[in-house]
Design a binder for this molecule. Sequence first.
Ligand code: BGC
Length: 440
Amino acid sequence: MLTIPASFPDNFLWGVSTSSHQFEGGNTLNQWHDWESAGHIRSGHACGDACDWWQNAERDLELCSQLGLNALRISIEWSRMEPSYGHWSDSAVVRYREILREARRRGLRVFVSLHHFTHPRWFEARGGFLDAQAPELFRHYAKRAVRSFGDLVTDWVTFNEPNVYAAFGYLFGEFPPGRLNELNSTLSVFSGMMRAHAAAYDVLHREQPEANVGLAVNYVVFEPARDNILDRQLASAYDTLFNRATLSYLQGTPLPLPFAMMAAPVPECAGKIDFVGLNVYNRLHVRAPLGEKFGPGGLHVPRNVPQGDRGVAAPYGEAYPKVVSAAVEAYAPLGRPMYVMENGVPDRTDRIRPWLLVNSLRELRRMWQLGYDVRGYFHWSLVDNFEWSEGWHLRFGLYALDELTQQRTARPSAEIYRQIIADKGIRRETLEQWEKAPGE
Ligand code: BGC
């Protein structure tokens, strides 16, 4: 008899994660379209038709069935729903309803994100989440969403990664609006998003008593490069700002000093979370820059660590399965169910993805065995998609995509994931085969 040493509970959710701008194609009314048109994509690409979901998401829903998934995460595009301020589109609702109905027909429990980095151009022009009205505008949008789709969806993710959105847009200048080193704006945007989260949480529950409302946080392990106080302090500052701030807001506790002096508390956020989505990819090494040559802010990816493909100008990050357990431990104090809502690696040739997939799942299962309330895993992603400032350069799909012909080709990882899902666990030989990262 086949024994499955690493087995998962029967009701575990097996999914993939996607987002509107990266998958749908033809999103020309949001701030990312303008950012692309202004020439900010390092690879020189534009999103274009993306994975053609606006015309044909159904083709990929069939792939979800072939993998045996029982869950899917998508996002809806605010700029399609409300293309200009106060004007709501009926045709967007019709199309999203078709996609949601087809997903349900296939037995997929769909988690819907309301904001995955993109929003309408008109909202950006008002200052985005720096605008004092942002929470109210977001509340309207959330209300519209639950009224339009509430008979098909009960699982809502208000925001994808407020920490990444704020840091990449206002500290690192990589995402629109491309501001650099503005720590105060970063923290204001962050708290603006958390205010908007609280407003959306309330309206979703008011409109739909059975709503299950969470958000997805990106969690990174920051490792001091050397055992000295400067590296340790810098790593801990990154950890506080990037990993712990969302937790503090949701717990209703101030950020630790000195950040508490810069960031307004958002008391209305406390406790407003029904589940936590953990987006877990990387470890970054932190070396206090003392006249030495390192990446921005002392962040650094050593050459000899397991990693997938490099970005156009810099490494993507160390592929690090133990970030799964670090994130679960960090967010457990909230006392809410947790899902790995994203995990993956850019890897065109599928050299390292099987190792990452198997070992991240092994970590997650270990946490479940230890008694942590972890309920599902969503891989990023189903097919290659438009990777923000890296364009089509980085490839995250279980299926390779030729974006010109829209042809999909399964990578070996797709079969590995399919088998794990069918077995509800990881076979001994799979664990053994992928025990070590390729090249280790
Ligand atoms: C984002 C995705 C992105 C993925 C891979 C996550 O932080 O939510 O949109 O494609 O990382 O970089």
